[in-house]
Design a protein around this ligand. Structure first.
Ligand SMILES: [Mg+2]
Length: 163
């Protein structure tokens, strides 16, 4: 069975309401993650998960969230109607960049399975996977459906002639 690998934050979970915790000069990752239970569902990502499952792919959730958020994340996935699947999280003490963590996990998966699809909203992750030699994933999708208040505000500013 081929895999379809989905990031969680920014692909399935709308993190906009808690992004302010990590967008200022003082980044409070604990507060950012603590608010994860309140994320809204991103319907575009959820539809892709269901489509891949319907097409016979084995869904895997691969998130840079720390392990301590496993219970919160599993109940969030369940409460939002997403199918149960393997959930790969980052060890609590692992502070390497998300891209390094995800590449390591994808290399492990690719040693046993064909990874048909990877969906992530982090361009660094998607670029690294696309450039990886040997190829890790058949199709990569850069998710761009996370509403981004900061970007919206900037576009508004440009429209209003303030930037
Ligand atoms: Mg993400």
């Amino acid at each position: 069975m081929d895999l379809a690998v989905f990031d969680v934050d920014g692909v399935l979970a709308d993190v906009e309401h808690r992004r302010h915790h990590v967008s200022g000069a003082r980044r409070d990752w604990a507060a950012f993650f603590a608010a994860a239970a309140d994320d809204a569902l991103l319907s575009q990502g959820a539809a892709m998960v269901r489509h891949e499952q319907g097409a016979g792919r084995l869904v895997v959730y691969l998130s840079g969230r720390p392990e301590r958020l496993r219970a919160v994340t599993l109940s969030w996935l369940h409460d939002n109607g997403l199918p149960p699947a393997d959930l790969v999280l980052r060890p609590d003490a692992d502070h390497c960049p998300a891209v390094a963590f995800k590449l390591d996990r994808l290399r492990e998966m690719a040693s046993t399975f064909t990874i048909a699809l990877l969906v992530d909203d982090d361009a660094q992750v998607v670029d690294a996977v696309r450039l990886h030699d040997p190829p890790l994933v058949i199709t990569t999708v850069l998710a761009d459906w996370q509403p981004d208040g900061a970007r919206r505000a900037m576009r508004r500013g440009q429209r209003d002639g303030r930037t």
